[in-house]
Design a protein around this ligand. Sequence first.
Ligand code: GUN
Ligand code: FE
Length: 414
Amino acid sequence: MVTVLRGNIVHTPSFGKLETVPGGYLVLEDGVVKGIFPQLPEEYAGCPTEDWRDRLILPSFADLHLHAPQYPMLGMGMDLPLLDWLNAYTFKTEARFEDTDYARRVYRSLAEELIANGTTRVAMFSSRHTDATLILMEELERAGVTGYVGKVNMDRNSGVAQETTEESLRETLRWLEGCRFQHIKPILTPRFTPSCTNELMAELGRLAAERNLPVQSHLSENAGEIAWVKELHPDREQYWETYEKYGLWKPGTLMAHCVHSDERERAAMAKAGVWAVHCAASNVNICSGTAPVRRMLEEGVSVALGSDIAGGDQLAMSQVVVTSIRASKVKAMETGEPFLTVPEAFYLGTAAGSRYFGGEGFAPGYPLHAMVVDETAFPESARELTLAERFERAVYLMDKSSISAVYSEGRRVK
Ligand code: GUN
Ligand code: FE
């Protein structure tokens, strides 16, 4: 069935390119984009139309790195760097997800909050708990979120959140058995090299190959972490090689952070088709640094954005986009490399993520992922604004109260 959305359509068809269609028409067939038109083609006249009048129709966000069981500690624990932060706060918070009733409550509100803020695609870490992970997947599916969720594997150096190697492998298989969701699929999730024994990493690598499963983890986030990985794997020159050693370094592998990845590590990412997920707020909050995003992109590394809650304090990806622009300006002041523009950062927070999942923003042939933004709560402007200016202002000022509607995988979910 053909349906039509009418409004001010703004999107980023490629990195750095902004396309604006004032009073345009987004034509859908069974939720799949057929095209964007400045005037409605004759053949679609009379099709059911949702008229959003003067509002903005933008692509919705993709959050390619966040920790669901850290949602309860959002905005807390900002006084410690990564490794101390994990031991003092994070593992204890995640251990609570043994309790499935608690998991249901927290994950339902997280899923609803994601959609309310315009995030329709995710690559998410759960905790080590199989049952809570399946509950998380169910709640995301119910709310209309799409993408990947991983039961976390962690059989060493993980305090109260730790599992045994045998348990980790057995529970991973039980979790995979239970993954029967339409829009939420499993991703193998060794937490990071320090929290996984060699035996566990090897088994996960085997499973990834055997069942053709994607992989997500953390890479080169923090100096202390990198030194520790070197101690644990003296036979490997660089952090990334500890994943490569066990078959976890492959096309589509998501690596969060890569703050300290040097030219050699970045070249290995570009060559293998491994993605860097940039989490600017988290990288400042837990004192990791600022990733060289511009250089990564120039060197052919695929980059998307992540909120990384609760290292990151912002679940709203609009704010994550803004923070990545700010962080890139800090980097620019240090190095002289150009900072990220608003359309560039917005592309990384939307279309880049859709590309990871085999989509392409608003391009024809892909199910619609979009949000409608209402600007009435923004300050009255001093003059008439162009659509490009309105887009910039919306990225900086929008919050969930400005999002009138959200579409995910072709369906309206808000
Ligand atoms: N490295 C290993 N675990 C974590 C985590 O939970 N958050 C962040 N930011 N880095 C990690
Ligand atoms: Fe993380």
